[in-house]
Write a protein that binds this ligand. Sequence first.
Ligand code: GLN
Length: 352
Amino acid sequence: VAKRLEKFKTTIFTQMSMLAVKHGAINLGQGFPNFDGPEFVKEAAIKAIKEGKNQYARGYGVPDLNTAVAARFKKDSGLVVDPEKEVTVTSGCTEAIAATILGLINPGDEVILFAPFYDSYEATLSMAGAKIKSITLRPPDFSIPINELKNAVSKNTRAVLMNTPHNPTGKMFTREEMDILASLCIENDVLVFSDEVYDKLAFEADHISMASLPGMYERTVTMNSLGKTFSLTGWKIGQQLQQLFRAPDSYYEELKKDYEAKKAILVEGLKTVGFVVYPSSGTYFVIADHTPFGLNNDVAFCEYLIQEVGVVAIPTSVFYLNPEDGKNLVRFTFCKDEETLREAVKRMKQKL
Ligand code: GLN
């Protein structure tokens, strides 16, 4: 394996999902729904395939799709973007992240991340040869330590990679935090890469796009995806699915309502089991402190949880430059049907 990738192993999501299958455990680890995406989406895909839309599409997206993306972004953020010059279509957001980083970061460029972070950020930044600095968000509210941020951002910083609503904590960046980050980026001429794939799963506050803040549009790359919004995490290319961007408001309202009910089942359940559960405002994840159960660290706890209890969670230490920072915390997802969530809670109540 190439030197730049030596420190990276199989992603924690694959590891934990494989263990879930092996042990017949309920998988509240990797974030994928155990229910299907909506009928109208599947019909649209079948129709497009039957209509013969099966050859190479224009590299940066078919014209209708780019127009639909721009219209959706205007509706959500108020920003007017040029669908031909400022929108590009990628194969999932992971490709968008990779393309953005590899396209804009030179070896040695400094990039600031907020830990815990989605693991592909660190891997892709390493591929680009970036110098990574991380700022740790801590419980209970995972708010940005403003002084640390001010000390971290300088003329040497090329970019800040942010994610709101935030995986794995469920934190949503507040307007105040974003204003401070924006002014630091403007002052120091820093780019922002903003991963907003959970924007439709914003429960406690309205989602704010970083690009919509004054002075930020020209220095922000906004990245999004359809996988979470339409419960189709295995679909990576939406070339022909411009209809999705025109989904009625009622679809998004329903989605949020369903997820709020699921979230309540899991959060209340985890509390009755005895976890310390930290508030999650968005995404379909929630962070819990496992230390009431007496295991040494997050990995040991998750192993015990799989083998003895039959439930999978994600240990969070892999999401930090300093793994110690995550040793008390595990991530659960609630993107599962209600019966599955109840069964997982029942197992934990009986066996933890
Ligand atoms: N984004 C999802 C999660 O955080 C899936 C991750 C993955 O499969 N790599 O669980």
